[in-house]
Design a protein around this ligand. Structure first.
Ligand SMILES: [Zn+2]
Length: 313
C-alpha cells in the first residue's frame, strides 16, 4: 500500500508541473499577525476588517491555540504513523477506512498545520493589503453566531468577492473557550458531556481553518479544501454528520481533520488497529466491544454555524 501512495504522489506532481502551477509554497516565509485596537486613540470604522480587533485575552488565546494546534497536529501525525491505523474505528469514522484514504495523505494535511508560526501584534491591516506573504488573525465583534472563516487573497467567498487580505477570522463562539487545551488533563471527561463541549477548543477550529488557508498549503490550487455537505444537505460539521457523510468526501472535509486531531489527543483508543467496530458511532453512548471507547465517547457538537467560507466557484 505504501508503494501505491508513493506512485500516486509522483503522478499528481507530474500533472501539476504540466499545468504550470506555481511551485510549492513551503519555501516561502509567511508572516503571522493578530489585529489589536489602535493605540493612537482612533476608532476603526465599524464593519471593516480593521474593526475586528482582538482583546488581550483573545490575543493570548490565539497565541496559545497556535501552539496547541501544532501539538494536536503532531499527535495526529504520530497516531497516523502507527502500522494498521487505517483499520481502526477512528480512521474509518473520519476518513472512510483504507478503501477511501491512506494514512500518508491524511498525515500530509496535518503537516500544513505545522506551517503556522508565531504572530506579532498589529493595529491596522492597511500595510498588508495584497501581500502574498502575510496572514492576519482577527476577532469578529458582537454576539453573532458566525463561527470562523478563512479568507484568501484573490479567492472569492460568498461574503467577499474581491479579497485583498489573507485572514483567519474568529467569531465570538469560536473564541468561547479562551483557555489553552492540550492533550491529557481530563479531556475525556469533558468530552463525554455534550453540554460542556458546546464549543470546541480554538486549536480545533484552527486545524480546520488551516485546510482552507492557501498560504499554509503546499500547492493551493490542488490542496485548498472547501467544506463538504453531509447526508442532510448541510455542511458536515458535527461528529455524527462526519461519520455518515459519503466516504469519498471525508478526506476533503476540513472538519474531519479537526475531529481527528481532537480525538487523537483525547481518545487515542479510537485509533487502535485492533479495535474495529465499523458502523457509525453517532452521538449516543453504546455498549461497544472496546470498553475504553464506551467511556470516552464525545457527544455530537452542534456546529451548524461553524463558518461560511465555501467557494463561489
Ligand atoms: Zn470550513
Amino acid at each position: 500500500m505504501h508503494f501505491f501512495s508513493v506512485t500516486a504522489t509522483v503522478i499528481i506532481s507530474t500533472a501539476i508541473a504540466a499545468r504550470g502551477s506555481p511551485l510549492p509554497l513551503q519555501a516561502r516565509a509567511v508572516n503571522f499577525h493578530i489585529l489589536t485596537p489602535p493605540t493612537d486613540g482612533t476608532t476603526p470604522t465599524p464593519g471593516t476588517t480593521d474593526a475586528e480587533v482582538c482583546s488581550p485575552d483573545q490575543v493570548s488565546a490565539i497565541q496559545a491555540a497556535i501552539v496547541d494546534a501544532m501539538n494536536m497536529a503532531n499527535v495526529a501525525i504520530q497516531v497516523l504513523g502507527v502500522a494498521g491505523v487505517e483499520k481502526s474505528n477512528g480512521f474509518f469514522w473520519l476518513f472512510g477506512g483504507a478503501a477511501a484514504a491512506t494514512p500518508d495523505e491524511i498525515s500530509r494535511r496535518f503537516g500544513f498545520v505545522n506551517n503556522l508560526g508565531t504572530p506579532d501584534l498589529i493595529t491596522s491591516t492597511a500595510s498588508f493589503v495584497k501581500s502574498p506573504t502575510d496572514l492576519i488573525f482577527t476577532c469578529v465583534p458582537g454576539s453573532t453566531k458566525f463561527y470562523a472563516q478563512t479568507v484568501n487573497l484573490n479567492r472569492p467567498t460568498k461574503s467577499n468577492t474581491n479579497p485583498t487580505l489573507n485572514l483567519i477570522r474568529f467569531g465570538p463562539n469560536s473564541l468561547a473557550q479562551l483557555g489553552s487545551q492540550r492533550a491529557g488533563t481530563s479531556r475525556k471527561d469533558s468530552l463525554s458531556v455534550p453540554a460542556a463541549c458546546r464549543y470546541p477548543p480554538i486549536a480545533f477550529t484552527l486545524v480546520h481553518e488551516v485546510q482552507h488557508a492557501d498560504l499554509l498549503l503546499e500547492n493551493p490550487p490542488v490542496d485548498h479544501l472547501a467544506d463538504q455537505l453531509g447526508p442532510n444537505g448541510k455542511a458536515a460539521y458535527g461528529f455524527t454528520q462526519l461519520q455518515l457523510m459519503d466516504q469519498s468526501l471525508k478526506k476533503l472535509n476540513p472538519q474531519n481533520y479537526a475531529y481527528f486531531g481532537l480525538l487523537a489527543q483525547s481518545n487515542p483508543e479510537f485509533f487502535a488497529p485492533d479495535c474495529f467496530i465499523g458502523g457509525p458511532l453517532g452521538s449516543r453512548r453504546r455498549a461497544l466491544s472496546c470498553p475504553a471507547i464506551a467511556n470516552g465517547i464525545p457527544g455530537d457538537v452542534d456546529l451548524d454555524d461553524f463558518e461560511d467560507d465555501d467557494d463561489l466557484a
